[in-house]
Ligand binder design. Structure first.
Ligand SMILES: C[S@@+](CC[C@H](N)C(=O)[O-])C[C@H]1O[C@@H](n2cnc3c(N)ncnc32)[C@H](O)[C@@H]1O
Length: 416
C-alpha cells in the first residue's frame, strides 16, 4: 500500500535501477504519497531523499513509517504543492515522479519547477499514466492497463497460494480464457475453486458503472466511466464463463446470486445448464414496481450529476423500460388534445390545386409552402413558437403530476 502506482514494489525497483544513484546523491520524490518509493531509494542506494506531497495525512504517515524503519535521517517528507516547489535552484541531483502528473492540470508549470530544482546534469524519471491525443482513450484506460494489473495480481495470488491462504477474487473477466487463466492455477495447487456469479440486468449493470463514476467524482477523484464496449465485453463474457464452468471438471461449484445478495442457485456439477439458466432468467426478470422506482430515481440523480453523459444514461434507461411495469412507464398523450391554435398562415392564399403544406430543397435551404404560397421565415418562426407554447401547456401539467419525475414522451404531434 505504501507504493501507490501500477506494478507496486516491482515497478519501484525497476525504475530505481535507471536513476544511476550513488550514496549521498540528493533525490526529490515528486508527490511522494506514503513514502514507500522514497524509503526504497534511501535504504538500497543510500540516497538522501526528500518527498513532497500535497496531502498532509500522507506526509504524516510517510514520516511515521520512515521513523519506524529507522530511515528518518535519509528520507524526509514535507507537505507542499509540486507546482510551486519550496526549494532553491539546483537543489537536487535526481528526481522522480510516480503516478502523480496525471492529477496535475498545469503540466508545463510542474515540469518547469522540477527542471528548476534539478542540477544541470540532473536526471529525472517520470512514471505516469498519460493520455495521448484521443480523449476517448480515458474511457478505455482499463483495457490499456489490464495486462499490467493482471501480471501484478498473478504475482500477489501466487504469493498467497504458496502460503495456503484462502482467496476471494473479485473480477470481471473479459473472456472464458481470462477466467480459466486466473482460476486453474488454484485447482492445480489442490484448491477447490468455486465461482460466484452476480446476476443483474444489463441496464442495472450499466447504471452501476455510471454510479461508480459519479461517486469517484464526488470524492474528488478523476474517475472513469466504463465505456459501453468495455462493459459489454465483460457482461457478455459472463454467460460464456458460466457455461464453460458448468462443464469444467476443475470448477467445484457455481453459485448465482442476485444484486440483493439472495442466492438463486448453487450448482455442483450434477445439473449442467442450471446456472446458465438462472443467470439468463435473472437478467431478464421484470422489475418490481419498487425496483423500477429505485432505478428511475437513480437514473434521474445521475442525469443531474453527469450532465455530459445524459444521452448515454437515457440509452441505459431505454434498455430497462421494456422490463418495467406499466405504472412507471412515461405518461402518454392518448389523443391530441391541445386547443387548436390558429397559425399565422395567410387565409386568402390561392389554392393551387395541390393544397396543404409542402416543402422543397433549393439552393438556399428548405423552402416551405402553404397551398402553393412560399412562407417567409418570420411566419414560420411565429408558427413554431405558437406550436411550442401549445405543446408545453399540455406537457407541463402532466410532468408536474408525475411522481417519478419522468420527462413526458411525445410519440406523434398533429398540428391542425
Ligand atoms: C497515486 S499517488 C502516488 C504516490 C507515490 N508517488 C507512490 O508511487 O507511492 C499520487 C500522489 O500525488 C499527490 N499529489 C497530487 N497532486 C499533487 C500536487 N499538486 N502536489 C503534490 N502532490 C500531489 C497525491 O497526494 C498522492 O499522494
Amino acid at each position: 500500500m505504501d507504493e501507490f502506482h501500477t506494478g507496486g514494489h516491482a515497478a519501484t525497483r525497476e525504475l530505481a535501477g535507471h536513476l544511476e544513484l550513488r550514496a549521498g546523491l540528493r533525490v526529490l520524490d515528486v508527490g511522494s504519497g506514503l513514502g514507500g518509493p522514497a524509503r526504497h531509494l534511501a535504504q538500497h542506494a543510500g540516497a538522501d531523499v526528500t518527498g513532497v506531497d500535497l496531502t498532509e495525512e500522507y506526509v504524516d504517515v510517510a514520516r511515521w513509517l520512515t521513523d519506524r524503519v529507522g530511515l528518518t535521517g535519509q528520507a524526509r517528507f514535507q507537505q507542499g504543492d509540486v507546482t510551486t516547489l519550496p526549494f532553491p535552484r539546483a537543489s537536487f541531483d535526481r528526481a522522480w515522479m510516480l503516478h502523480v502528473g496525471m492529477n496535475i492540470e498545469d503540466k508545463a508549470r510542474l515540469f518547469t519547477e522540477i527542471s528548476r530544482v534539478l542540477t544541470d546534469e540532473g536526471l529525472f524519471i517520470v512514471y505516469d499514466v498519460m493520455l495521448l491525443g484521443d480523449p476517448a482513450l480515458v474511457r478505455s484506460a482499463g483495457a490499456a492497463i489490464r495486462a499490467d494489473c493482471r501480471a501484478w495480481f498473478a504475482q500477489a495470488e501466487e504469493h498467497v497460494r504458496r502460503r495456503r491462504g484462502d482467496v476471494l477474487i473479485e473480477a470481471a473477466p473479459g473472456s472464458v480464457q481470462e477466467f480459466l487463466d486466473s482460476a486453474l492455477p488454484y485447482a492445480a495447487d489442490g484448491y477447490p475453486v468455486e465461482l460466484v456469479v452476480l446476476a443483474v440486468r444489463e441496464a442495472d449493470s450499466r447504471l452501476a458503472t455510471a454510479l461508480r463514476y459519479a461517486r469517484a467524482l464526488q470524492i474528488g477523484g478523476t474517475g472513469r466511466f466504463t465505456s459501453r464496449s468495455g462493459h459489454d465485453t465483460c457482461f457478455n463474457a459472463l454467460a460464456d464463463i458460466v457455461a464453460a464452468a458448468e462443464r469444467h471438471p476443475q470448477i467445484a461449484a457455481i453459485t448465482v446470486i442476485r444484486k440483493d445478495g439472495q442466492a438463486l442457485l448453487r450448482h455442483e456439477s450434477t445439473s449442467p445448464g442450471q446456472a446458465s439458466w438462472a443467470l439468463a432468467a435473472e437478467r431478464l426478470r421484470p422489475y418490481t414496481e419498487q425496483e423500477a422506482i429505485a432505478f428511475l430515481r437513480l437514473h434521474q440523480a445521475l442525469r443531474r450529476a453527469l450532465p455530459r453523459h445524459r444521452a448515454e444514461l437515457d440509452e441505459i434507461a431505454a434498455l430497462a423500460r421494456p422490463l418495467m411495469p406499466p405504472g412507471v412507464q412515461p405518461a402518454r398523450i392518448d389523443r391530441p388534445h391541445p386547443p387548436v391554435w390558429p397559425l399565422p398562415i395567410p387565409r386568402d392564399a390561392a389554392v393551387n390545386g395541390r393544397g396543404g403544406i409542402g416543402y422543397g430543397i433549393g439552393d438556399n435551404g428548405v423552402l416551405i409552402t402553404y397551398n402553393g404560397v412560399l412562407l417567409d421565415t418570420d411566419v414560420l418562426y411565429e408558427a413554431a413558437r405558437r406550436v411550442h407554447t401549445a405543446i408545453r401547456s399540455v406537457l407541463d401539467p402532466i410532468a408536474a403530476q408525475d411522481p417519478h419525475g419522468h420527462e413526458p414522451a411525445i410519440d406523434l404531434l398533429a398540428v391542425h
